[in-house]
Ligand binder design. Structure first.
Ligand code: PMP
Length: 376
């Protein structure tokens, strides 16, 4: 049995040819020296124009090019968080945020959302979690793992809360913003007050299948960019010049790289949707963006396998799929979604087809646990 891996956060696509050509040309032209820590003028300007196309006006001084979106987040956590500060994150959310927070001063505060409510964020519940110590409110749009996109109205309602918390910044992680299947993402930058306490982090890893290039960026108020640039300059330095050239070419011609990938993703999303619909007792949200499904498989927890073992947790369910069916998915508990698993459809079509039939077979083999006999 071949191994089928739906667990990766990177898509299977090759990086755009345009990126590869631009990087090769830049290397041949000798662009191998230290670049400016804040990013090249060309790439910063191209990012300004990228947002201009959506009617959002920012200045190049509000952009910092970073070695990945993770580093953009880490810069922000490093410069903005003080002892005792709280970082408020609606869940399910990417586990990487929590991992990064281990190396920063902030303390995680979660705001659970549920599949039953289509993962909508109740603003009153959110308000109840905010305190004078709340420093960052971190949203992911589209979300990893749920694929949920916040509507403009939802975003504006959330942004309105900032008025009551003068120390609070909103960070919107929009790393999957161009991978959408219906309505486009409204960037938080389009909300009122964006020049004061709204920050967007983004990157090339997901939209453009460039995870190994390590390039991302943030758009923030100028003062935050200054502090983050100082931090980056004294730790990582700037992103390699030839990589910035690749990013510049990619973002300048973004539609031609995106279109073929999106066509495949759209089709694969449909295949996974139908595959999940064919399995009894599985519920899920149909993702608006990103490239994952996050089905709830809780019905299968408490069942027994054909060899008589009981599945007691999401972890044991994932182990059963991996050990008996060589099917790898991510345990949803890590994202704050107990009983869920994350499955990527940004994989080869044959992997996807086989994975969906194996998942069905594996789950159908599970039997309800026999009633406990002789229980006192
Ligand atoms: N944010 C989210 C929501 C992600 O899913 C990931 C990658 N899994 C990142 C940030 C990190 O991206 P990068 O490769 O640009 O560091």
């Amino acid at each position: 049995m071949t191994e089928l891996n739906l667990a990766s956060g990177a898509s299977y696509f090759r990086s755009p040819d345009i990126a590869i050509t631009a990087a090769t040309n830049a290397l041949n032209a000798g662009l191998t020296y230290y670049g400016p820590a804040e990013g090249t003028a060309g790439l910063r300007q191209a990012l300004v124009e990228r947002y201009q196309q959506d009617g959002i006006t920012i200045k190049p001084e509000q952009v910092l090019v970073t070695p990945g979106t993770k580093q953009a987040l880490f810069n922000l956590f490093s410069v903005l968080l003080r002892d005792g500060d709280e970082v408020v994150i609606p869940t399910p959310a990417w586990f990487g945020f929590n991992e990064l927070l281990k190396y920063s001063k902030g303390k995680l505060v979660t705001v659970p959302t549920t599949l039953e409510d289509n993962y909508s964020l109740d603003v009153e519940t959110l308000r109840n979690k905010l305190t004078t110590k709340s420093r960052l409110l971190l949203l992911t749009n589209p979300a990893n793992p749920t694929g949920r996109i916040y509507s403009k109205h939802e975003l504006e309602t959330i942004v309105a809360l900032l008025k009551d918390y003068p120390d609070l910044y909103l960070i919107s992680d929009e790393i999957y913003d161009l991978d959408t299947y219906g309505n486009p993402v409204t960037s938080a930058l389009s909300c009122e007050g964006a020049d004061e306490r709204i920050i967007v982090v983004n990157g090339f890893s997901k939209n453009f299948a460039m995870s190994g290039w390590r390039i991302g960026y943030m758009v923030a108020p100028e003062e935050v960019i200054k502090q983050s640039t100082d931090f980056q300059s004294n730790t990582f330095s700037g992103v390699s010049m030839f990589i910035q050239e690749a990013a510049l070419a990619t973002i300048t011609h973004k539609s031609e790289s995106l279109k073929p990938m999106l066509e495949v993703l759209q089709e694969h999303r449909q295949v996974m949707l139908q595959g999940l619909e064919a399995i009894p007792h599985v519920s899920f949200y149909v993702p608006d963006g990103a490239y994952y499904f996050f089905p709830y498989l809780g019905h299968y927890i408490g069942t027994t396998t054909p060899t008589g073992a009981t599945i007691n947790s999401t972890e044991e369910l994932c182990n059963y799929l991996q050990n008996e069916y060589k099917l790898i998915v991510v345990n949803g508990d890590k994202f704050g979604g107990i009983g869920h698993v994350r499955m990527s459809f940004a994989v080869e079509r044959q992997v996807l087809d086989q994975a969906m039939s194996r998942l069905k077979e594996a789950l159908l083999q599970l039997k309800p646990a026999p009633a406990t006999i002789g229980k006192l």
